[in-house]
Design a binder for this molecule. Structure first.
Ligand SMILES: [Zn+2]
Length: 255
């Protein structure tokens, strides 16, 4: 038994230099598996090297919508080659982010479609970043997506979550679930089918209560797990077992 962190940026500059200590602390606090999200080829190379020492790390890679402003055709081809590697189990995080306007919507959509098609071609799940862009994100998924996936760090409505589940998504919740101003999020979780939920840290961001404001890392996921167990009326052991089954089902692996 143990907790799976389905979204951690272990190889970002901020965490990578202390990755060994961070992974030791994660293990000591009950984390058994971490899906490491890499936003470029450099981060993926770092993850490959970590995985040689820590075989309980899984790896995903893809271009984040906020990172698209200086990407060339060559960069996309490099990513296409990279995600075909058997050590990469998912394409992401990809998606749309209209909160920041550094990258125009059309560029974001084109890159999103291209990476959805890539995931279809290699039959790997997609991990979705969706911020202030619910309608366009779900519309493009409906139009192009042929693989299942995860909506990461979900903060939307029950209606959106149920719609996404119908389209083959799992819904993953992070630190904001524990915030005092989590608003309707706990009620959303309470009404979702348990076989479609996951949890994550999104570290180094979005540290759960009571560590909110500090740098996040996988060990803090225990607070999100506790909160989710409370909301769903499950014991933590039951919930961990359920989340493990969900992860195994999505990625066709046995833990
Ligand atoms: Zn992320």
């Amino acid at each position: 038994m143990g907790i799976i962190d389905t979204h951690a940026h272990l190889t970002c500059d901020e965490l990578y230099s202390q990755a060994d200590e961070i992974l030791e602390r994660a293990k000591a606090s009950g984390v058994k598996r971490i899906l490491c999200i890499c936003l470029n080829v450099k981060e993926a190379q770092r993850a490959f090297s970590l995985k040689e020492r820590y075989d309980w790390i899984d790896i995903a890679a893809g271009y984040h919508p906020n990172d698209l402003y200086d990407l060339s055709e060559h960069d996309f081809q490099e990513m296409e080659q990279l995600v075909a590697d058997e050590r990469i189990i998912a394409v992401g995080e990809i998606g749309l982010d209209y909160h920041w306007d550094d990258v125009d919507k059309e560029t974001q959509k084109q890159a999103f479609i291209r990476q959805i098609n890539l995931a279809n071609a290699i039959q790997k799940p997609i991990l979705i970043h969706m911020r202030d862009a619910t309608k366009d994100t779900l519309d493009l998924c409906r139009q192009y997506k042929q693989v299942p996936g995860i909506l990461h760090c979900f903060s939307g409505s029950l209606e959106t979550a149920l719609e996404a589940i119908k389209m083959g998504f799992y819904i993953s919740f992070g630190g904001p679930l524990t915030f005092k101003n989590a608003r309707g999020l706990p009620q959303v979780v309470a009404q979702l089918p348990l076989d479609r939920i996951m949890i994550e840290t999104d570290c180094p961001y979005l540290t759960p209560h009571p560590y909110r404001g500090q740098r996040n890392e996988p060990m803090y996921i225990v607070h999100t797990m506790q909160k989710m167990a409370e909301i769903t009326n499950q014991s933590e052991a039951e919930l961990q077992e359920q989340c493990k089954r969900n992860y195994e089902t999505l990625f066709h692996i046995s833990l």
